[in-house]
Design a protein around this ligand. Structure first.
Ligand SMILES: Nc1ncnc2c1ncn2[C@@H]1O[C@H](COP(=O)(O)OP(=O)(O)OP(=O)(O)O)[C@@H](O)[C@H]1O
Length: 250
């Protein structure tokens, strides 16, 4: 993926080759500017690759977008302040050709899934940052897409809230069996959540290595404290160092 500039071009991704199996939880980790968001945006058909090929379940990203095959969760919750929580989750469903009551039931079910069933009539500004991000996850799941693309969804939250939401996301993933592609700067977050961690390097952005996370499920606080967790986190850290990635959190 090359971004053409006035004076010079930026090679955002080069020789980035990756196969993701259905039902996997993949984390993309790497230093700032290594192309994590770019890779996610390519999958979402928000940008078009300048060369190479990308398929989502056999479809082109444009076909996958039209078929509503993925939900996208942004770094900031991006909710509409003047709409209630329920109406925010309903937003993508409003374009659907189904009865209003069916849509409402679907949105309610998604709110339940993220633990916000009692907050349907509140407004986003009445919720904490973590709750707002859970609303945006419910909204991304509204169409029941098989794929969930998440760009540092918990990056702006405190460590304890983030750990709590990590646990909830993992439960949700186990219940729904979605494929998740998750961008993060956090080594422990990536290891805790993933089936595989993809370590990227910058200039030009490429894949330095992939670490299989063989920690058993369900995962808990004990998982984070296990020797195997420590070994896997160390492996990810070594790969990041190899790619000169010092811009990482512990
Ligand atoms: N629309 C664009 N136009 C020009 N350059 C871009 C554009 N989007 C991204 N880039 C460049 O591509 C490279 C990769 O950016 P990207 O946002 O994917 O990195 P990232 O790994 O997600 O970074 P961060 O961790 O800081 O979010 C960077 O050098 C960035 O400046």
């Amino acid at each position: 993926m090359v971004f053409r500039g006035a004076g010079s071009d930026t090679v955002a991704l080069q020789d980035a080759s990756l196969d993701i199996r259905p039902g996997e939880f993949i984390s993309l980790i790497g230093p700032s500017g290594c192309g994590k968001t770019t890779l996610l945006r390519l999958m979402a058909d928000l940008i078009t690759p300048t060369s190479g090929e990308l398929l989502i379940g056999g479809k082109t990203p444009a076909q996958a977008r039209q078929a509503r095959e993925y939900g996208y969760v942004f770094q900031a919750p991006a909710l509409m302040e003047w709409r209630t929580v329920l109406n925010n989750v309903l937003l993508p469903l409003d374009v659907m050709d189904t009865p209003k009551e069916t849509r409402r039931a679907r949105a309610q079910a998604m709110l339940e899934l993220v633990g916000l069933e009692g907050f349907a009539d509140r407004y986003p500004w009445q919720l904490s940052g973590g709750m707002q991000q859970r609303v945006s996850i419910a909204r991304a799941l509204a169409f029941d897409p098989p794929l969930l693309l998440m760009d540092e969804p918990f990056g702006a939250l405190d460590e304890i809230t983030r750990e709590k939401l990590n646990g909830e996301l993992l439960r949700l993933w186990q219940e729904t069996r979605k494929t998740v592609v998750f961008v993060t700067h956090g080594i422990t977050e990536a290891v805790f959540l993933s089936t595989r961690v993809v370590v990227m390097t910058s200039r030009p952005g490429k894949i330095e290595g992939v670490v299989d996370i063989d920690l058993p499920h369900p995962r808990s606080q004990e998982t984070r404290e296990s020797p195997r967790f420590f070994e896997l986190a160390t492996r990810v850290r070594e790969l990041l160092r190899k790619g000169h990635g010092f811009d990482v959190e512990e």
